[in-house]
Each structure stands twice: as structure tokens, then as C-alpha cells.
Design a protein around this ligand. Structure first.
Ligand SMILES: Cc1ncc(COP(=O)(O)O)c(C=O)c1O
Length: 406
């Protein structure tokens, strides 16, 4: 693809750092990993960070470290990458899927409240900040306090996202990040667990490293080998220095896409609620009718697209047997309408202009009777978030909440 949907940026800096590590002979569990953890925690303003071999293993470690185990019920979104709920199942716990908001694509706090009312005894909520936009964390944290829930944040797609001047990943009991190549920074494979609680961090450290408690061959818990290598951490250290600049490019590209597409009646562009910073890990539009034809039209021009996600997790074969009846009207509609188009920082501005032109040239067979622009919330009413279109600079509100979100 001439204009791919994702492309990691790896320069001579990363190559030089990796070579240094390889020449040192110290390939694992060394200085680079500790330094990457420290700098990552500093970036977020979080007290503790523990590096892992992937975002998936970070999820498993985070859930176990906060104490999720067999018999627990964990509320989460059906509209995500499957690793999120797999981690719940691997802990012997039960995912309770809850519908999402039609405009933000994130877990809908009203639907969560309703699910908690119907299903007493839920232990935790695992939120996903999808595509680079954080969930409505003030509302979710308020609900969690009221119901005594643990909160885990899946920030795999949201490194650098902000809500009310606060980084995604610093709200809950623990958070995880992924450094897969399509993410804001990459280490090839890699992940991070972040927490404000020293005991959660201590447990995460032990679990990642075979259960070691610091004594060479003594083990306090039954652990895993989910460690990050020094080569991966060396790449991550370089990548972290470029994070803000590259997220700024993503936001500029998103602004160009939004400006170029927002008048099309058959396309709904992503939103950025007041007080949020969206980091556009993906730029995901909703297209009514003829989504596949649009994807083919772009493919013919060598422009990559991807459907994140064509299926809800509970509708996949692995989850269907687990049997939660489908009850996600908003998410069910999103899987039919979403299409992600290129926004990543390896693109030139001219590439982004070309994407805009190519989408505009597509004349759907009047596909769209305008419905992409009139979403309804999970509870059937208008969304309570005030939304802005992508790219206008967020004016963080101080001392107040979005209208009506409490
Ligand atoms: C929302 C979400 N959670 C978890 C993961 C898992 O991360 P990894 O691929 O690093 O295991 C991903 C990765 O794609 C993701 O997008």
C-alpha cells in the first residue's frame, strides 16, 4: 500500500541503541528496562511502571496484581480488541459486556450503571480508551466509588490521551499500555503496567518475573516469564522521546481529515469531547451503507483502511459459547459502520490530502441517508458528552464536569 493504515517510525537512533545493548551482552532484565519503566512512569506522572512482553501480558498481570481471580465479574466493553476480555477469562473471571456510547465508541457510563443495577456483585470495570480517546473517566470513577469497583484502564491505544488535564492511565487502580507496531510508540512487542499503588506494583514485578521476590530462588507468588528484553526497552526509550511530537502530528492529520470530510452526509467523523485530548491511534469514521465499497475504492488507490472491529467480542466463536445474550444495540451498529483511515505520523500532509480527496471522490449509491450523523446513546437518548470535532484545541475545563455527566 502506498498509504498504509499504520507504519512504525524506526530511525538510526533506535538501531544504534539496540546495537549497543547487543554488544554489551546484557540482553535481558537490565538497565534499559529499569530506565524505560522510570521514564514511562515520569511521562504519565504515575508512581510505578512495570514493563512486560506485550499489552496482552500486561493486562493479565494488571488484573492479577489488583486481585481479580476466579468467580469475579468484570464489566468491560464488547467493542475492543479481544485481548481485553481474554485477560478477564484467563483470570478465571467472567466478563460482563456493557454497551458503548455512539459518539465516543467508549464504554457508556449510563449503560454501566444499568448493568450494575441488574447484576449486583460486579467486582471491577476494565475500561478501554479506544482509538486514542479516553473514556468518560470522571463519570466512571464516580460510579466505581459508589459501587466499590476496582478500575483497570486498557490504554493500549491511548498513550498521551488526556481527560481534564489528567493522563489516561492515571485514574484507576492499574492501567496497561501496548507497544505493538501500530501503537503510539513501539518496541516490536511490549507492554507496561502502571499503578499508583506500591503493593500492586510489587505484585506485578513478581508476577512478570517468575514470582521472584528479590531473593534469587525464592518465590512469593506463582509467576510467569512476561519480562521485556533490554533490546525492546532500548527501542522504547528512543520512541518515548518522540511521543509528544508524533501525537501532535496525528492530531494535525486528524484535523485535516475532519475539515475535509465533515460536510459529507454519509460520513460521521470522530469527536473530541470538551476537556479531552484525543491522540488518534486510529481515525475511525462511521459510514452508512457501502462501507466495503468505500474500502475497495480506497484500496484501488493504494490507500489502506481497516475495520476495527468487524465483530463484537461476545459475538466471536470463542465467546458465543460463554452465552451472554447480545444486548448491545449501539456497539452492534458500530461494527457495521466503522472504517479506520490513515492518520499515523509517518504520512506526509500530501498523503492526508490525498486520503481526503479519495474519500470525497467516492460517490456512494446514495448510500447514506444521513444516518451516520444521528447517533443515539445506548440508553436511547442523546449522548451526554458535549462533542467537538477533531483537532480543535481542547480547552480543559477546570473545576467542572461536562454538562450532565455526573
Ligand atoms: C485495546 C487493546 N487492548 C489490548 C491489546 C493487546 O496488546 P498487544 O498486542 O501488545 O498484546 C491491544 C493491541 O492491539 C489493544 O488494541
Amino acid at each position: 500500500m502506498r498509504i498504509p493504515i499504520a507504519k512504525p517510525i524506526i530511525t538510526g537512533e533506535e538501531k544504534a541503541r539496540v546495537l549497543q545493548v547487543m554488544e554489551s551482552g546484557m540482553l535481558v532484565a537490565g538497565r534499559e528496562v529499569r530506565e524505560f519503566e522510570r521514564q514511562f512512569a515520569d511521562y504519565l506522572g504515575a508512581p510505578h511502571a512495570v514493563a512486560t512482553s506485550s499489552g496482552t501480558t500486561a493486562l493479565e498481570i494488571a488484573l492479577e496484581a489488583v486481585g481479580i481471580g476466579p468467580g469475579d465479574v468484570v464489566a468491560t466493553t464488547p467493542f475492543t480488541f479481544v485481548a481485553t476480555s481474554n485477560a478477564i477469562v484467563h483470570r478465571g473471571a467472567e466478563p460482563l459486556f456493557v454497551d458503548v456510547d455512539a459518539q465516543t465508541y467508549n464504554l457508556d457510563p449510563r449503560a454501566l450503571e444499568e448493568a450494575l443495577r441488574r447484576r449486583p456483585g460486579v467486582r471491577a470495570v476494565l475500561v478501554v480508551h479506544l482509538f486514542g480517546l479516553a473514556c468518560d473517566m470522571p463519570a466512571i470513577m464516580a460510579l466505581a466509588r459508589r459501587h466499590g469497583l476496582l478500575v483497570i484502564e486498557d490504554c493500549a491505544q491511548a498513550l498521551g490521551a488526556v481527560v481534564d488535564s489528567r493522563q489516561a492511565g492515571t485514574f484507576g487502580d492499574a492501567a496497561i499500555f501496548s507497544f505493538y507496531p501500530s501503537k503510539a510508540i513501539t518496541t516490536g512487542e511490549g507492554g507496561m503496567v502502571v499503578t499508583g499503588f506500591p503493593e500492586v506494583a510489587r505484585r506485578a514485578c513478581m508476577l512478570v518475573d517468575a514470582g521472584r521476590d528479590g531473593t534469587e530462588y525464592d518465590y512469593e507468588v506463582i509467576g510467569y516469564n512476561y519480562r521485556m528484553t533490554n533490546m525492546a526497552a532500548a527501542i522504547g526509550l528512543v520512541q518515548l522521546t518522540h511521543l509528544d511530537a508524533r501525537n501532535a502530528i496525528r492530531r494535525r492529520h486528524a484535523e485535516m481529515l475532519t475539515r475535509g470530510l465533515r460536510d459529507l452526509p454519509w460520513v460521521a467523523v470522530p469527536v473530541e469531547p470538551e476537556g479531552y485530548r484525543h491522540v488518534y491511534n486510529q481515525y475511525t469514521v462511521r459510514v452508512t451503507g457501502e462501507r466495503e465499497a468505500l474500502a475497495a475504492h480506497l484500496r484501488a488507490r493504494e490507500i489502506g483502511t481497516k475495520i476495527y472491529y468487524p465483530m463484537l467480542v461476545p459475538d466471536t466463536a470463542a465467546y458465543r459459547k460463554r452465552g451472554q445474550p447480545p444486548q448491545f444495540p449501539v456497539a452492534a451498529r458500530l461494527v457495521k459502520e466503522v472504517l479506520s483511515i490513515p492518520v499515523h505520523p509517518a504520512l506526509a500532509a500530501s498523503d492526508v490530502e490525498e486520503v481526503v480527496q479519495a474519500v470525497r471522490e467516492f460517490a456512494p449509491g446514495l448510500a447514506a441517508q444521513g444516518t451516520a450523523r444521528e447517533p443515539t446513546g445506548a440508553a436511547g437518548g442523546a449522548s451526554r458528552v458535549e462533542v467537538r470535532e477533531a483537532g480543535r484545541s481542547p480547552s480543559a475545563r477546570r473545576g467542572g464536569r461536562r454538562g450532565g455527566t455526573a
